[in-house]
Design a protein around this ligand. Sequence first.
Ligand SMILES: *[C@@H]1O[C@H](CO)[C@@H](O)[C@H](O)[C@H]1NC(C)=O
Ligand SMILES: *[C@@H]1O[C@H](CO)[C@@H](O)[C@H](O)[C@H]1NC(C)=O
Ligand SMILES: *[C@@H]1O[C@H](CO)[C@@H](O)[C@H](O)[C@H]1NC(C)=O
Ligand SMILES: *[C@@H]1O[C@H](CO)[C@@H](O)[C@H](O)[C@H]1NC(C)=O
Ligand SMILES: *[C@@H]1O[C@H](CO)[C@@H](O)[C@H](O)[C@H]1NC(C)=O
Length: 419
Amino acid sequence: MFFISILLQLPLSAVLASWAVEYKPRSMCVFERSSVDFTCSFDYPNYHTLQTTKWFKPKKNQKQDGTQEGIFVYHSKAAEIDQLYKDRTVYANRDKNCSLQLHNVSKSDIGKYFFRLETNYLFGKFTGSGGIYLNVAVLPFRVTVTMQKVNGHIQEGDSVTLRCSTETCTPQQGPFAWYKNQLLLPQATENVLQISSVSHNDFGNYSCGLKNSITTSADGILLDVRYSPKNVEITISTSGKIEQGNSLTLICASNANPAVTNYAWFKIRDANVSSIGFDCEFSIKAVSQKDDGQYFCTAKNDMGSQNSTTITLKVNGPTSNRHVLLTATAVFFFVIAVLLVMFGLIIRRKQITRKKLHTEQTPAVTVTEDIYENLRQSPESEESHTNLLYADLKLPSSNSERPCSNTDAVIYSLLSYKE
Ligand SMILES: *[C@@H]1O[C@H](CO)[C@@H](O)[C@H](O)[C@H]1NC(C)=O
Ligand SMILES: *[C@@H]1O[C@H](CO)[C@@H](O)[C@H](O)[C@H]1NC(C)=O
Ligand SMILES: *[C@@H]1O[C@H](CO)[C@@H](O)[C@H](O)[C@H]1NC(C)=O
Ligand SMILES: *[C@@H]1O[C@H](CO)[C@@H](O)[C@H](O)[C@H]1NC(C)=O
Ligand SMILES: *[C@@H]1O[C@H](CO)[C@@H](O)[C@H](O)[C@H]1NC(C)=O
């Protein structure tokens, strides 16, 4: 027993200590067509003579633990190198340096690679355990979205992770570039874009790629954030002015995802709220003053609902009423004008009689004659004066466009008022 243990302990420990293969890194992801370096170093007992060095890749159906050699990527006997790797590999071939460079990698290179050395001794064979796992990134990039919820829709407040990768892996080469609806997101430079609390503003198409490179993802992904209706607003469509007899359509517009499924229209009059419709639009064929009031709509989808701001509708009175009013105004001003003219004439008569008294004292007769002539003409000119005044007054009343459009402007400003 003692003898055996001495025999095993001494030579074995000495031998085992010197056999080694070290790989770096243990796994990698590189772009298709690029070159890759397998950094490798090895050791073996001094009294051995190195005979064979090789890099092998187990075939898909073989064990991937290094016990089955598969095909030779590199071999110290060049004839052993597989056709797929001939002229693509460069072996360091220096003292205890087993680094290997592989050029123009492709998807078929994906797999495990092992280094093995063999010496002149029968049991002088050693394979570095674990190997190196090579993954090849095949463009284009694609965006994947993950979130905590399983099988749910993305909604506001959710935490979402967007990952930029290829079908196989993501090379750890940066910086990355992210695009939302084709616009660069300057602050996102990692291959992962984390949104801790999504909002409806995050809805959009996301794509990614490498900065300073045109290799963006071919198809972005739609971040389909679902949200209840936002910015619910009423827009007005009329056949002309909001005037008695004209048609009017109110449209309930909003931003929602998914699209609004239910609409409701309400009218407020004298503090009474009544339901008036359930369509996207609310139309009135011929408006009248009984349509006066405040209106609002409600837009609803699966996520919730929102009420619009209230608009105020003020319908202009019938045209005939306006005519009556304008005629009355015209008559009123006419009467005033007549009174003013008559008053003016009375004043002038008084002034002339005073001047007549003055002229009797002075010999300047011509002056009084002139004034007298003016006076004599005045009864006729009274007519023309009032006509003129009347015409001035009539001008706005006959031109019915002006006051109407003015009131329309007032109504329009009321309509565009938001609470
Ligand atoms: C091994 O060889 C490679 C390629 O020639 C070289 O880049 C690397 O520095 C060498 N490693 C050591 C430890 O000498
Ligand atoms: C790289 O490999 C591909 C096949 O995977 C080949 O079509 C191409 O010509 C190679 N490029 C170079 C530069 O050898
Ligand atoms: C997102 O992109 C797809 C095509 O890639 C397009 O059909 C879709 O309309 C886009 N969506 C948005 C919200 O831009
Ligand atoms: C409000 O509506 C109720 C019921 O329809 C009615 O009895 C009441 O008179 C209305 N109030 C006003 C101020 O119109
Ligand atoms: C929206 O309007 C409806 C009907 O008047 C009302 O019941 C509801 O409380 C309103 N919602 C909000 C958020 O104001």
